[in-house]
Design a protein around this ligand. Sequence first.
Ligand code: PLP
Length: 437
Amino acid sequence: MNESSPKNDNRKFGFETRMIHAGHIPDAVTGSRAVPIYQTTSYVFDSADYAAQLFDLKQYGNIYTRISNPTTAVLEERIASLEGATGALAVSSGMAAQFVALMTLLSPGDEIVASRHLYGGTVTQLTHTLQKLSISVKFVEPGDISAWEAAISYKTKALFGETIGNPRGSILDISKIADLARSKRIPLIIDSTFATPYLCRPIEFGANIVVHSATKFLGGHGSSIGGMIVDSGDFNFSHYPTIAAPSPSYHGLRFYDTFGHYGFLMKCRAETVRDVGSCISPTNAFLILQGVETLSLRMDRHVNNALAVAKFLKGRPEVEWVAYAGLPDHPDYALAQKYLPKGPGAVFSFGLRNDKGQARENGKKLIEALQIFSHLANVGDVRSLVIHPASTTHQQLSDEELTAAGVGPELIRLSIGLENVEDLIWDLEQGFFAVSR
Ligand SMILES: *Cc1c(COP(=O)(O)O)cnc(C)c1O
């Protein structure tokens, strides 16, 4: 075909087009334009032979929704396309995504080296739940590459970090850690929940596996829990025991030999999710797809609103510090420009002045006075959200313990939604007024 022809079959579609179309063609039988919800547990086999082939992984096809589902498959292909990945697997939650990825990769006695700046639930999963399986974790300062290197031993089988870290909005230097991971032949897993593939695609910077809590910005509406495991397909698992070795539960099948670039994801699906049971419901996969279709529009607005609110807070006398990597005085501003040029997300924290040790009390007052911001433990919703760890999730800790945990009594976390930004600023203003009374 003529290269200048508009009908060039090699056209690489843009992000926004793939957000709406990737992984789906209209239903051949009904013509349904929207992705249908295949609300079924199981699928009829064409023949006994075909069924046997399916169970032996010799044929692709659906058996049971715990393992695969056509609605969920659209979500998987769409996210894989947006991340520039080989494939993806949707699961029941963000926690399940990490757990399934790590359960598939690791064996008892293995170690993980992880950034210290992680989602709280991830810290407990890595520290306590994986410990029951004799898997241990070493946490390092994410910006200290020599600390990552020093923490790696012959037992290290995964490196783990977040694109945008908790709670101070630190930005991971993904390329540097990916170089280290490659030189040590260890896969690098990045939790990119706060960024979404619109703001950052970690695979382009050398990450091997990306995980998401789809509960947050991917779904975006605060209605459905889900998670994604995304595989670049470029890690060489040929000497990596769990993916390369024969699988006893499939008559000695070798996942990496048999499925190549898809070996890791096939094993996640056909073994770990099959046996752990952490599948997503087709309806939740559908609801998350509704969010993905408007991802770029929402993320642009989230980021613009977040920057405006961060600048407003910066100018307030009640505020001691604002940790948003979109502000030039944030220590990771330059990294944010490199990895997230469209903006470093919409979740950040700020600190109230702690005059006379009043921060804990003032944080509580501020939150109670807010009218638009919802006080709850989530992020990445169309609605603006706020939480004050010192009076909620961490209330049993003393001021000193809070500070040691990196969430001092003055810290307030915001997730900026899509409301009119002047209304958000008005809400915070009237909140500060209530504190000063
Ligand atoms: C919410 C979240 C998770 C956990 O996801 P769930 O869907 O709530 O299980 C993991 N990592 C990050 C960064 C998150 O924000």
